[in-house]
Design a protein around this ligand. Sequence first.
Ligand code: FES
Length: 132
Amino acid sequence: MTDSLMTHSLLVCTTCASTWQNGKKVGVSGGEILLKELSQLHQNWKKRSPLEIRAVSCMSACSHACVVTFASQGKYSYLFGDLPSDSENISKTAAAIFSCAEMYCDRADGILGWKERPEPLKSGVIARIPAL
Ligand code: FES
């Protein structure tokens, strides 16, 4: 990987796909399930990863749960949504996120082409924000 000393962040919303009762969150959210799956994959990632995974409480894309963001200094940032976290799809979702994250870390500008992104990240992009 290039830029191995550069920090890349994978932000995972842990409030997404929550169940609420009387104003209180109950049970485990879809975002928490996705974070757990991603954390397990991250530990098993063979390459030295410049990627840090961070839990965040909301990225204001709540109607598109589950939501993650790729961000790094000097690169485009990507906000992805509509990522399934149900038991049938969670492994595929997490693998697709890591596949994209690996490309993101390798690119000097962070640009991820539509054709090269696996589903559900191909159709799930909400925003691509230029670097500052
Ligand atoms: S609850 Fe996940 S983006 Fe708002």
